[in-house]
Design a protein. Structure first.
Length: 1087
């Protein structure tokens, strides 16, 4: 008996086991049995007989199914076996039917096959969720049926399309399902849009416009564009769905939606084109005009409309814009509401010229001239917002159409901007917009000659009352310099720039430095020239010079800063009038091999200015010098050699101050004469000395690590000044002051005030430890007796120290107590905050505060505290037993947990940024965050799947990014090594994985997220897959992680062979990464 006959014989109720065996052989790739080949070889009568037997088999197997599930426990097992057997038979019949459709030949009678298809259609509606594999095979049958164009193809095509559409929303890999939906899109043309039977499909189709997977993918876009041409009435529903969703779309998604609108309009014809223009595009234009600028969708609507403006190269777009704007734009430009006028101005100037290309040239010219007059009128609008919008529009028009506009019109526009609106006294926003928008015009080189003449008239804008105007003006000057439109000093003189640099804020000053840097720090010139320019700058404006060199480090390398310091030192040496010393100094500098120093003469003001510059420069590179010990020693030695001579030669008060500050940067051994006398000078200081006399000396003492000495002096003075009763306890310490110096309690408290007022000195004092600080705290506390005596005495006691001194001492007693007990103090504050977290309004505000703090420059320092707050907020929202009456509360909880997850993401991003910027500090920060992160994740583990997935996906993403970056930086193949433990991971990954692996439950959830990411094809390139394998290699030894690790590894195994690299295909490093990944994969899977 041949295979055909055997297979035909098996396709019956009596031989059903043989039939199923044939299907198993077909599915086993190793077996030489192919159902499609067998059916194709069958003659026509055999195929018809096969289909008849299949239909009978299907009908019989379905009739044998029990009408309902038996409730008797002893029958449940038998029932399960029956259902399993029936499902296998139905599945097998479906497979053969699908193969038969593919092999169907012209002239074949397929009535029996049609019956089978109808039976399966009835069965399809009854399938449970567990019947997904059977549903897939039925879908395959119906797709083949539709493509063959067989009888009742509309019914079966609709079923296949509906299945694909539903699966595209639920499948992990949506790409394939969306592709299948697109391949079946013609099915929609056979559906009746008005039929209630198709209501489900219409709702699902509208959901497609809410799915990022559809909006982003190419096939999804094609399908969504097609839906605009499915039915005229459906266009309105599509547009409404998009508008409702627009508020929640990010910028990237909005861009894709914009492209869909444009492609739908471009493809449409006839009534569909007219409907899209009137219902969609014109409605968007109307909204872009009427919406408040504060509306969350205003920017997105404007972006969509602006996209059409960018396509004005096409005459059809020009025609469409003219026709759609005609009934709404010109009316809006004259509306009573200023926001409407401003919005219309933006659209009008962006779409300029709005004309009908089908008109005659004369009519087009007249229309454009009228529009230019309209724009000029908008520059005189009574509301500043409209004038600002018109300013932006004019600059865009000039930049784009300079060559096409008459010179007279161009001149009128620029004069209006530069001479009138730049000096608009009624609105700083208008003045600011002029200078913000002029760089657009400067990008067109044809504008430079005219602007070179006009811009000097705006020079006084540098001194505008509004800081934002000054900033915009300077940004424009920087642009003038960059495009070489004019000499910036011709626009605004150097004296004005210097004057403003000397007194203005940091935002303004740094821009002036950017403008002037190459003029006063020409890095391509000799070092002597640097010094000459420095001297010139100091002579022009000493205060401006100090500001200039504060920001100089932003524009050049630390090496150049140090070179400038050393060349200034050589110039300063010329003022030292001891020839023998000068010979030594010059000999010590022979290695520099630079030109002779600039002669300063005896100008002490200039000398003081140079010393101030050296201090400023040293402070700007202090951190770099700490990281380069050799450079620090060399620079310290150079200045240390001459410091004693400087103190002798430069006795002017202005020069002494920077010298003392400079000495604080050096080790005390480098300035022995000065450093040995500082403490003595502080002891001998008059009680009424001003902070200027002792502040820098205190700074020196602390910088040299001698804070303990000054603290002892303060303690001794305060102890010695107490009355005997109050000082009795303190006297037991047997304090002895070496020198016979009068105790000065007021000066001691002044020193203490100065030490605690500056962060650097305060940190040095507090780092001394508890013993000296507690001694001082006790002595300060003893001064309370003076206050008690004063309050209880009726007469003034002349011998007692002043009450004012006692009050100051009592104040410092409290301040120092807060520092000594800072942990307890902060714990109390924390507990107060945590109690208030039960209040909904309070925790909303505290979460907002956490977001702001994290985004600040020093926000990273607050990460441990923020994690604690997140943990407490999340704990208060842990889900309890579900109550159907608490839906609103659950929605509110979901929102709060979403906010918490977003803040946690910010924390991880800040940690990653800190680790990159300051590796050592970043490691310490990670360690400080471990406890808080562990507690937070333990709470997050109790959340619902969706918010928990957000937290875990954040962790997974940052770990992969960090490991990927490490792999991308590899320079040699030998460096490609898979880590074997957490300690071998990069810093942040080390911390995060350590926290995750502490809990078996968190590890399991994390691996679930890893698997989900792999299944979604979010990770696809070789480097990312290798990074995931590094993570799995570390996790594989964790308790209870075997199943999750192997599942993820299998997913990688299915993808990684696509990236197989031969020696000829790729570089050595990529090959090494691939080989290492395969090796790691084999180790995980025990292959």
């Amino acid at each position: 008996m041949s295979k055909r006959e055997a297979f035909l014989e098996a396709a019956g109720k009596e031989n059903v086991d043989d039939f199923l065996h044939f299907i198993e052989l077909h599915r086993a790739t190793a077996e030489p049995f192919d159902v499609e080949e067998v059916v194709q070889e069958m003659p026509s009568h055999q195929r018809e007989a096969l289909w008849s037997r299949l239909d009978s088999l299907l009908q019989n197997i379905l009739k044998e199914l029990p009408p309902q599930h038996s409730e008797e426990q002893d029958m449940e097992q038998d029932l399960a076996q029956v259902l399993k057997h029936a499902s296998s038979v139905v599945d097998a019949v479906t497979l053969v039917a699908a193969v038969s459709v593919k092999t169907l030949q012209e002239g074949d009678t397929y009535n029996e096959l049609l019956k089978t298809a109808h039976t399966l259609h009835e069965l399809l509606e009854l399938l449970p969720a567990s019947g997904a594999p059977l549903q897939l095979h039925i879908q395959t049958l119906y797709v083949a049926w539709w493509k063959k164009g067989l009888q009742d193809k509309e019914k079966f095509g609709r079923a296949a399309f509906l299945i694909s559409l539903q699966k595209s929303f639920t499948a992990k890999k949506t790409g394939n399902e969306i592709q299948r939906v697109w391949s079946l899109h013609d099915v929609l043309l056979s559906l009746d849009h008005t039929s209630d039977d198709n209501q489900q499909i219409k709702e699902l189709l509208l959901q497609c416009f809410q799915r990022p997977a559809y909006i982003r993918s190419d096939d999804g876009k094609r399908f969504l564009v097609f839906l605009f041409s499915w039915n005229l009435d459906f266009i309105w529903a599509i547009h409404g769905t998009i508008k409702n969703q627009l508020e929640f779309c990010n910028k990237n998604l909005t861009t894709h939606i914009t492209e869909i609108y444009f492609r739908a309009w471009k493809k449409a014809r006839g009534d569909f084109l007219e409907r899209i223009e009137s219902v969609c595009i014109q409605d968007l234009m109307q909204n872009a005009i009427l919406l408040h600028r504060t509306s969350p969708v205003y920017g997105k609507v404007r972006e969509i409309v602006s996209y059409f403006h960018t396509k004005k190269r096409s005459s059809t777009v020009d025609k469409m814009l003219h026709d759609l704007y005609k009934p709404i734009l010109w009316k809006a430009l004259n509306a009573a509401n200023f926001e409407v006028r401003a919005n219309a101005t933006f659209l009008f100037t962006e779409a300029f010229p709005v004309h009908d290309p089908e008109q005659s040239k004369e009519n087009i010219d007249m229309s454009i001239q009228k529009q230019l007059d309209t724009v000029m009128g908008l520059l005189d609008d009574p509301h500043p917002t409209v004038r600002s919008s018109a300013t932006l529009g004019v600059c865009k028009i000039l930049a784009k159409y300079w060559e096409l506009l008459p010179p007279a019109i161009i001149t009128d526009f620029l004069k209006k901007l530069v001479t009138e609106l730049a000096a608009d006294s009624s609105s700083p926003d208008v003045r600011c917009s002029v200078f913000k928008c002029l760089p657009l015009v400067l990008d067109n080189h044809l504008s430079h000659p005219l602007l070179e003449k006009l811009l000097p008239t705006s020079k006084y804008s540098l001194h505008d009352n509004s800081e934002k105007v000054r900033i915009a003006f300077l940004d424009m000057l920087i642009k003038v310099k960059a495009v070489r439109a004019a000499k910036f000093w011709d626009v605004c003189s150097m004296d004005h720039l210097m004057a403003r640099l000397a007194i203005d804020s940091q935002s303004v000053s740094k821009r002036i430095v950017d403008l002037l840097f190459k003029s006063f720090f020409p890095v391509n010139e000799s070092e002597k020239e640097w010094c000459s320019r420095c001297i010139t700058l100091i002579q022009m404006n000493p205060m401006a010079a100090r500001k200039f060199y504060q920001f100089a480090y932003k524009h050049t390398a630390p090496t150049n800063i140090i070179k400038l310091m050393l060349v200034i030192r050589r110039s300063l040496n010329s003022c030292i009038q001891v020839n023998s010393d000068m010979m030594d100094i010059n000999d010590s500098n022979k290695e520099n091999s630079i030109a002779p120093p600039v002669n300063l003469g005896q100008d002490m003001a200039l000398v003081a200015g140079l010393l101030e510059v050296v201090v400023i420069l040293w402070r700007s590179v202090e951190k770099a010098l700490k990281h380069n010990e050799e450079a620090y020693k060399y620079t310290s030695a150079k200045f240390g050699n001459v410091m004693s001579k400087y103190f002798q030669a430069f006795e002017d008060e202005r020069a002494t101050s920077p010298l003392i500050k400079l000495a604080s940067f050096l080790p005390p051994a480098a300035v022995p004469t000065f450093s040995c006398g500082v403490l003595s000078r502080l002891r001998k200081m008059d009680s009424g000395a001003s902070p200027a006399q002792y502040s820098q000396l205190l700074d020196c003492i602390c910088s040299w690590g001698q804070a303990a000495d000054i603290l002892e002096l303060i303690t001794d003075w305060l102890s010695a000044s107490l009355p005997k009763q109050a000082g009795k306890e303190a006297s037991r310490r047997k304090v002895r002051i070496q020198e016979s110096v009068e105790a000065k309690p007021d000066l001691a408290l002044a020193y203490l005030e100065d030490l605690f007022s500056h962060t650097a000195t305060r940190d040095k004092v507090l780092a001394l430890g508890e013993k000296p600080l507690k001694q001082l705290h006790t002595v300060l506390g003893n001064w309370k007796s003076v206050l008690y005596s004063h309050l209880s005495s009726t007469t003034e006691i002349q011998e007692c120290p002043s009450v004012e001194t006692a009050l100051k001492a009592f104040t410092f007693h409290g301040r120092l107590g807060a520092h000594l007990q800072h942990n307890s103090f902060l714990t109390v504050c924390r507990d107060v905050i945590l109690v208030d977290l039960s209040d909904e309004k309070f925790y909303s505000e505290i979460l907002h505060l956490c977001s702001i703090v994290l985004l600040s420059d020093g926000g990273y320092q607050c990460i441990p505290a923020v994690l604690l707050i997140l943990k407490e907020v999340a704990s208060s929202k842990v889900p309890e037993d579900k109550n159907p009456d608490q839906e609103n509360e659950e929605d509110a909880t979901a929102v709060i947990l979403g906010v918490v997850a977003n803040i946690f993401q910010k924390i991880i991003e800040v940690l990653a940024k800190r680790v990159r910027k300051d590796p050592d500090g970043g490691k310490q920060l990670c360690l400080s965050a471990v406890t808080g992160m562990r507690d937070f994740l333990q709470v997050a583990q109790t959340w619902d799947r969706e918010p928990l997935s957000g937290v875990l996906s954040t962790l997974f993403a940052i770990i992969i990014v960090e490991n990927r970056r490490i792999l991308q930086k590899i320079a040699h193949p030998e460096e490609v090594i898979a880590p074997q433990s957490v300690d071998e991971m990069p810093p942040l990954s080390n911390t995060l994985l350590s926290v995750i692996l502490k809990s078996a439950q968190i590890t399991k959830s994390f691996l679930t997220e890893v698997g989900s990411s792999l299944d979604s094809e979010a990770i696809s390139n070789l480097t990312e897959l290798a990074a995931v394998l590094h993570v799995l290699a570390v996790i594989k030894g964790a308790k209870g992680s075997e199943a999750g690790v192997k599942s993820a590894a299998v997913s990688i195994q299915q993808q990684i062979h696509k990236h197989a690299i031969s020696d000829e295909d790729g570089g050595e490093i990529q090959r090494a990464i691939y080989d290492s990944s395969v090796k790691t994969l084999n180790e995980i899977l025990h292959l």
